[in-house]
Design a protein around this ligand. Structure first.
Ligand code: MN
Ligand code: MG
Length: 499
């Protein structure tokens, strides 16, 4: 039996260097064994290019084009490999918004992130919660262009008596018939089952798109229903694509971060996780019940989480052994490969170069997005910055507040709520602090472009009006004031902000 070998020790070598010479796992596969390497990207959020569209400049910390360099290296070094994506690919940066709000998807259109994923060559993907942000029609048209199957077991168009009777939105799982080469160089058939899951909370988060159209089921209950069917179909290995975080080991119905109880489901051999935008294995998960944060195991099964925006590639190694016609997992190892490294002085070095063909796949839409974010939509005669947003009246917060009031006033016209006083709540999103000393909004005098609008308001939130009582307003003001210390009038050198 081969020993467990950590690959992490090799990562300090030159960026992008081929690791073929240091290829321990396949080299040690015996005649009745096959080494299978499964790679994961997760939470790409439309990041194909290493580009920050808000700051309008290149950055080295994001981009599938960069992660693709690691994927190419692994394909070159591994005898048997496959690549999956774990969801949240369709929304999350200005290119996604450009496609959804400005350009739109017509029948037959190709979404740039799907084109880039096709170029990289995925074996399968699952749906993340953000796939639902632009509605089911946009999602369906985007998925139509994918060269790979997309699976999700717990979103149904029509629910049956049990999960296995559901008419699911996309296939609940796929069985991939693959060939693997063993340590003696002989090929054998291998049936790989891939099943996907999304947090059932999408019904709340995207209610306006989903209510009346789909329903969701609990992740663990869905797995318990479908995994036995996958075994009946002859799957040798079953991998869960869990767009769900690593959280509590204690199961509760409908839990959002269900990957730990999911790992305990009989028949699942390995898990891809995500949704939390974190890295596994890593110290982040030290001390979690049923989790081995060093070796990348959950309930003893290999699992990974490949960061977010293409920041890392998750890699699970399985050493499979054949007994008669059956394969079983004998040893595993898990690692993640980052695309960049942050130095002590906070500067960032790229560890890999972009793969030109992946950039080319989305180049046209990238350029259209740049044109879109640079387009002037207004003018300002005063600078709109947030440098003093926490201590004084601030124009960058005020303009958001004014816009909300303007919008809601119109929404209320002709309704039972017309004429009620409107209070507008706005927050200084970019005000230094945890975001660092450069984390401020700064829109100069002159044309205001869409990238500036995005800088003023970072998130794709939905504006809502809530009918409140005077007591609720008072409580809300008290809560807001909680970030300040009480100042004694006239006294010098008092600290206003309470960190
Ligand atoms: Mn995400
Ligand atoms: Mg998510």
């Amino acid at each position: 039996m081969p020993s467990h070998i950590s690959r992490r020790e090799f990562l300090g070598t030159a960026a992008g260097a081929s690791l073929i010479a240091l290829h321990p796992f396949s080299a040690r596969a015996a005649g009745n064994q096959a080494h299978l390497r499964i790679m994961e990207t997760t939470d790409l959020h439309v990041h194909v290019f290493p580009y920050d569209y808000y700051a309008d400049k290149e950055i080295d910390t994001v981009g599938l084009a960069r992660t693709a360099a690691h994927i190419a290296d692994i394909r070159a070094e591994a005898t048997n490999s496959m690549l999956v994506d774990n969801g949240d690919f369709l929304q999350g940066n200005p290119m996604g918004d450009y496609m959804a709000y400005e350009r739109g998807m017509k029948e037959g259109d190709m979404h740039p992130v799907i084109k880039a994923m096709n170029e990289v060559g995925f074996d399968a993907s699952t749906l993340g919660n953000h796939e639902f942000n632009y509605g089911l029609d946009f999602l369906t048209k985007s998925l139509a262009g994918a060269d790979f199957p997309v699976v999700c077991a717990n979103v149904a168009l029509e629910e049956g008596a049990s999960p296995r009777d559901d008419k699911t939105l996309v296939k609940p799982y796929v069985v991939l018939d693959r060939e693997v080469t063993d340590g003696a160089g002989e090929t054998h058939p291998l049936k790989l089952g891939l099943i996907g899951f999304v947090p059932p909370q999408i019904m709340t988060w995207d209610r306006r798109h989903l209510e009346g159209n789909v329903t969701t089921r609990d992740i663990v209950a869905s797995a318990e229903a479908w995994v036995p069917e996958m075994r009946e179909q002859g799957c040798d290995i079953i991998i869960a694509l869990s767009h769900s975080g690593i959280g509590s080991a204690t199961y509760s119905e409908g839990m959002e971060n269900a990957s730990v109880p999911l790992a305990a489901v009989d028949g699942i051999d390995a898990l891809m996780t995500g949704h939390s935008h974190l890295v596994f294995p890593s110290e982040t998960y030290g001390g979690y019940d049923a989790v081995d944060a060093e070796n990348g195991l959950i309930h003893g099964k290999p699992a990974t989480m490949g960061g977010f925006w293409g920041s890392h590639l998750g890699v699970i190694d399985l050493m499979l052994e054949r007994e008669g016609n059956e394969w079983r997992v004998v040893t595993t190892s898990v690692e993640t490969r980052p695309i960049s490294k942050r130095n002590e002085d906070r500067s960032v070095d790229a560890l890999v170069d972009s793969v030109p063909a992946v950039l080319a796949a989305a180049q046209a839409e990238h350029e259209a997005t740049l044109e879109y974010v640079r387009r002037a939509v207004g003018k300002t005669e005063a600078p709109l910055h947030s440098y003093f947003a926490l201590v004084a009246d601030d124009p960058s917060v005020q303009i958001v507040s004014n816009a909300q009031t303007w919008y809601i006033e119109q929404m209320m016209q002709g309704t039972e709520h017309e004429g009620l006083p409107i209070l507008s709540a706005a927050a200084p999103f970019k005000a230094g602090g945890r975001g660092g000393p450069e984390y401020y909004t700064d829109v100069p005098v002159g044309d205001v472009a869409i990238k500036h609008v995005s800088d003023l308001y970072l998130y794709p939130n939905t504006v809502r009006a809530v009918r409140v009582t005077g007591a609720q307003v008072k409580g809300w003001l008290e809560r807001s004031a909680g970030m300040f210390n009480q100042i004694t009038p006239g006294e010098a050198d008092q600290v206003l902000l309470n960190p």
